[in-house]
Design a protein. Sequence first.
Length: 68
Amino acid sequence: MLVFAWVMGSIVALTGGISLLSFAIYIGTGIDLWLKRARLFRRYAFAALLFWFNVWIWGTVLMILINW
């Protein structure tokens, strides 16, 4: 589970960083394409974060049921 957390944390950090960079480029240039990319990568970051949280919760529930 620790490896999964590191992988998901890396994915969230990478997509969140790309989103912030894209937004900074949009602020600097004003090109709407960069705003669309920033929103896209922000959605990917939130989806990965929610996926990690869901797996963590259900993994905990499964371990409690197995050890009960």
